[in-house]
Design a protein around this ligand. Structure first.
Ligand code: UDX
Length: 437
């Protein structure tokens, strides 16, 4: 089985490496010669736990190659995956499909009869059919199978998610397409992973509906957290007990500064936009999107309120990635929060174990620190924005001693009130009572 993977961004690279690990021959294509060169010498282009090992093993064992030449990759492939980006279009919420269309045109020019063309990128409902028709028009009479195969990889645990998915979704129009996909994912089906065999449109919808539902879930618990703060509740207890109800489920019930990343914000916007366009407005999704934007600003306000109470001017930010175990800062709540602080004239000192290089370019006014200790030194308010493991067991007495002020805002509820006692910190978290040190 030969696989061509068009696009070596997040989804393409992880999927390509994992298919090679299954034992298939995989050729990954990227337009950028520098990326191809780096990956060919086994250097990862993204930070993802476990990726480096699988990349070097499969490159060394010659199952995985990288090229800029799409014809070379597609020529011998049984299945050609399209895994290029679908960023939000400027202004509107719709996904920009120009990379998908460009890839489709290039594949059409070099494809062989009988190949399967599978879209992995998250695309608007109807896109698979548009791509199919476009390829058909470019190469009339050349038979191929169109497949929609959305991915559900979380950054930071993408390899694990690929190797142990809850389900594999295959939207196909013919048996050949379905059969080839069954073979491609055979190692997973041997472990009883369910395969959802459905239509192209349903596969597209499943991806958007899943991500939007999770985003709504996060926004829901964030709103309950707000209510807990007003009525003296504790959202940790509320969420834990809610999660024990199997119908609700315990996952994605952690309140925080709002969801970020390359998928939730983009996919909620896209689904809301599709709903408006097609006359079935997705009001819950629109609400989640609006609440999330407002939440990030509210988080900045909370910090400014505490800073004023301290009478100080310096804030330490711990964690800027949109979540732990990634160097990705796309749509991270930290960007809005820090932006607002800088706008208000606050001195911001920040640290992140992996994301500082990316953040430096977007947030030039920040004093980037070598360690969490450097960041908190001299700060009037310390804010834990991303729950990296490295911030989960800080010596809080030391934090307190190094700070110029005494306020800590824990936006991920990493610490418990018992851990705060005796540290001298005034502690504010999400959906729980504050503790005055
Ligand atoms: C998501 C989906 O989970 C994945 O299936 C899809 O393929 C891509 O998008 P990812 O963006 O990597 O994955 O991150 P995820 O772990 O889902 O978190 C998204 C955001 O929600 C993060 O900012 C995270 O901090 C936030 N979140 C998540 C919460 O605030 N609370 C939660 O309980 C869960």
């Amino acid at each position: 089985m030969n696989i061509a993977m068009i696009g070596t961004g997040y989804v393409g690279l992880v999927s390509g490496v994992c298919f090679a690990e299954f034992g298939f021959q995989v050729t990954c294509v990227d337009k950028d010669p520098e990326i191809v060169e780096r990956l060919s010498r086994e250097e990862t282009t993204i930070f993802e736990p476990g990726l480096e090992l699988l990349l070097s093993r499969n490159v060394r064992e010659s199952r995985l190659t990288f090229t800029t030449d799409i014809a070379e990759a597609v020529g011998s492939a049984d299945v050609v995956f399209i895994a290029v980006g679908t960023p939000s279009r400027r202004g509107g919420g719709e996904a920009d499909l120009s990379y998908i269309m460009a890839a489709a045109d290039e594949i059409a020019a070099v494809m062989q009869p009988g190949q399967v063309i599978a879209i992995k990128s998250t695309v608007e409902v109807g896109t698979n059919e548009v791509v199919r028709d476009r390829i058909r028009a470019a190469r009339p009479g050349v038979p191929f199978s169109m497949v929609s195969n959305p991915e559900f990889l979380r950054e930071g645990s993408a390899i694990e998610d690929f190797m142990r998915p809850d389900r594999v979704v295959i939207g196909a129009e013919d048996d050949h397409g379905r059969e080839i996909m069954r073979r491609v994912y055979r190692p997973l089906f041997l472990r009883d992973t369910p395969m959802v065999s459905t239509t192209l449109a349903n596969a597209e919808l499943i991806k958007y509906a899943s991500n939007a539902f999770l985003a709504v879930k996060v926004s829901f618990i964030n709103q309950i957290a707000d209510l807990c703060e007003k009525v003296g509740g504790d959202v940790q207890d509320v969420a834990r007990a809610m999660g024990m109800d199997g119908r609700i489920g315990a996952k994605f019930l952690h309140p925080g500064p709002g969801f970020g990343g390359s998928c939730f914000p983009k996919d909620t916007r896209a689904l809301a936009s599709i709903g408006r366009k097609r006359g079935a407005r997705q009001l819950l999704v629109e609400a989640a999107e609006n609440l999330n934007e407002a939440r990030k600003l509210d988080m900045a306000e909370r910090i400014l309120t505490q800073l004023r109470a301290e009478g100080g001017d310096t804030v330490a930010i711990l964690g800027v990635a949109f979540k732990p175990n990634t160097d990705d800062i796309r749509e991270a709540p930290s960007l809005t929060i820090i932006g607002k602080l800088i706008e208000a004239g606050v001195k911001v000192k920040a640290h992140d174990p992996e994301a500082m290089e990316a953040a430096r370019k977007l947030l030039p006014g920040v004093d980037w620190c070598r360690s969490a200790w450097d960041a908190v030194s001299g700060a009037h308010v310390t804010v834990l924005v991303t729950e990296w493991n490295a911030y989960r067991a800080l010596d809080l007495r030391r934090v307190s001693a190094l700070m110029a002020g005494t306020t800590m805002i824990d936006m991920r509820n990493v610490y418990s009130p018992a851990e705060i006692a005796g540290t001298g910190l005034s502690y504010h978290s999400i959906g729980r009572a504050s503790i005055q040190g």
